[in-house]
Structures are given as structure tokens and as C-alpha cells.
Design a protein around this ligand. Sequence first.
Ligand code: PLP
Length: 399
Amino acid sequence: MHKAIFDKHFTQQESIPEAGIERAVEILRAGRLHRYNTLEGETAEAALLEQEYADYMGQRYCLACSSGGYSLHIALKAAGIEPGEAVLTNAFTLAPVPGAIDNAGGKPVLVEIDSDYCVDLKHLEAMMQKSRARFFMLSHMRGHIADMDTLVTLCENYGVTLIEDCAHTMGASWNGLKSGSFGKVACFSTQTYKHLNSGEGGLLTTDDDEIMARAIIYSGSYMLYERHGTLPAAEAFARVRLETPNYSGRMDNLRAAILRSQLPDLDSNCDRWNDRYRALEARLARNPGIQLARRPEKENFVGSSLQFRVEDLDQAQVSDFLASCAARGVELKWFGGAEPHGFTSRYDSWRYIDEIQSLPQTLKILATTFDLRIPLTFSLADMDIIGAIIDEEVTQLLG
Ligand SMILES: *Cc1c(COP(=O)(O)O)cnc(C)c1O
């Protein structure tokens, strides 16, 4: 049998829009790359980005900073975490999330996921009771949005402050409300593989005056905070300006410029991701050996990646499957490995967490979960080729 090979790169992003490149060159020529280096009457590119992203989100405030992980770190600090406090988070996420909790002096307390890759709400409630945590850093990992109605009610009932990690849900919504508007603070990443690309970068949004004032000062504003794009009233700063340390993590104008040029296309790009996701999902659904996540009616997700399970594979077959797909150019990630690999790591490899919890449900789900990126440089026809390769390799192994 002739075996099709896929030859595009799973890490190839689209180019930055020409308008962004032109603006970036202008900024380079002017030399004013630092966000507080402005001429009389000039609004820095970083401040303009903050205004535009706050508008996009329908939130009062936005802070542009150096990375998504950094924004998670200062979100917790600005929300008032005390040293050694427990912070709930889902066990299936990327390493910067527990890392941000640790960096803020907190102790990650992990919560099981369900078979649709969302936080398990029953286990969440049990862990809220057991840990008495005041904070829950919810990672909308791989864009799967939990039942936010129930989740928000749980947080309210237990007096838990919700912080949303929206690295994979920028542009997504639940029941018509943007992901990132459910918690006290939301954090986004503009690192290359997310929904906006500035190489590195983070955006923090909130409606809370005091949290925003603190976050701005943490981010390294010195006493130049009045130059920010979205600014709480002076009283909010008066309360916090001298008692908030500077944790330097600003965004510069160059990155802000290339992000601003991408923002107008964000929603249409989300549609393009979803066209690709739906095409691949439909192709994979033809194989009864492949289990796909259910996507609730209320969830308007962004399909920039796809996860599936092949539950009948044993450990050795998982390795064979990964290798045979890779040999045909289909780069799958596997979150089930005991050893961290590339960007992926299983929760039990985060050894700095004092107590390695036992989360059998999460381990079982991840053991046969495969994950692939869907870059916008792939066409709909590519989805068919990738789907066919996965389909054939699953059939080959399961017979
Ligand atoms: C990328 C990512 C982050 C952090 O973003 P950086 O900008 O890389 O620091 C946080 N959470 C998740 C789930 C991510 O994928």
C-alpha cells in the first residue's frame, strides 16, 4: 500500500501582517522602543494595545507584559496571595501555570480533569473543602472550557477568587460571554504558538481598580503608571504605590505594534481555526477506535489544537503509534509520559510541589491522549491528509 506522507511543519506560523511590519520598522527607526519613552502628547504603542485589548474583551483594564506566565504570577500577587497559600489548579495544564503559583509563593493543589479535558467539578468541590484555598487558577487547557455556570457558583459558594489562564481561549466564549470575563483576573499569552504572536508576551485583564493598580506597579511601571493605556483612578494607586514592589516585566512597543496589527483579524482567525478543527474532527470520527472530546453547545471554543484518545492502545502500542505517525510527518504530542518531553510535562514531574498528589483519573485519561497543533498555515485539505494518516495508523494497531 502506498502510504501518504504529510510534509508541512506543525510549528510554522503565518507571517505578521504587513501593517505590523511597517509599524515595527517605524518604531525601530524612531528608537523609542521602551513603553515609557514617549514624546509630549504621544501615546505609546503598548498603551494603545492595552486600550484595544480591553475593548476587545469588554473589560475596563488591560496590562501588557512580558509573558503569559509572568501575567499569571502578578495576577496572583495583585489578587493578594500570602506566602505559602494553597492555590487550586487543574492537573492537566502547561508547566508555566504551577510555575506561576510557585513564583507567587503559593502551593499548587491539583484537581482532576474529566474525559473532556476540563477540570472535574466534583473533585474541584472536594478540593475546595479539603484545601480551604482562597484562589483557583483555572487553566482552560487546550481550549476546553468547563461548565462555567457551575464553576462560578462553586467559587462563590466557597469564597474562592477565580483567576483564568486563557492562553488557549483567547477569542473563545462560554454562553456568549468571552472566556476571561468569569474570574477576577484573566491572563493571556502572546507567545508564538498562541492566538496572537509576538514571540513572547502577556496580557492581563480585570475590572478591579486595586488589582489593576497593583499589577501595573508590579509590572515595572516605576512612577510612570499614568502613561498606561487603561488606568484606574489615582486613589487606587495612592493606596498601593509605595507598598507594591517592582517585578520588572514590561512589554515593549515593538511587540505591542505587531500585536495591534493582528488584533483586527483575531475573530476571523478563530473561525479559520475552527473550520480546520471541525474538518479534522469529522475525519477522525469515522474511526470507532478514536475518542473525541464532546464540545458543549454553550462552548464557543477556538480549535487551534485537537486532542483525541485511543483508549484501546496499551503502553507499547502508544509508543508505536507516536512513532508511526511521526514517520509519516504527523507530529503528535503525548501528555501521558512519565518523562517531560518538549513542551509537555505530566503533573507528577513537577517535583517542587511538596506533596505529589495521586490523581488516578487524570493519569488514566492522559495515558492514551494525543494532542496536535493546528497552525493556520495548514489548509482544509491538509486536515484530510492528517486525519487519514491517524485513522490508518490506529486501524493498523487495533486491527
Ligand atoms: C503558553 C501557556 C502559558 C504561558 O504563556 P507564556 O507566554 O509562554 O509564559 C500558560 N498557560 C498555558 C496553558 C499555556 O499554554
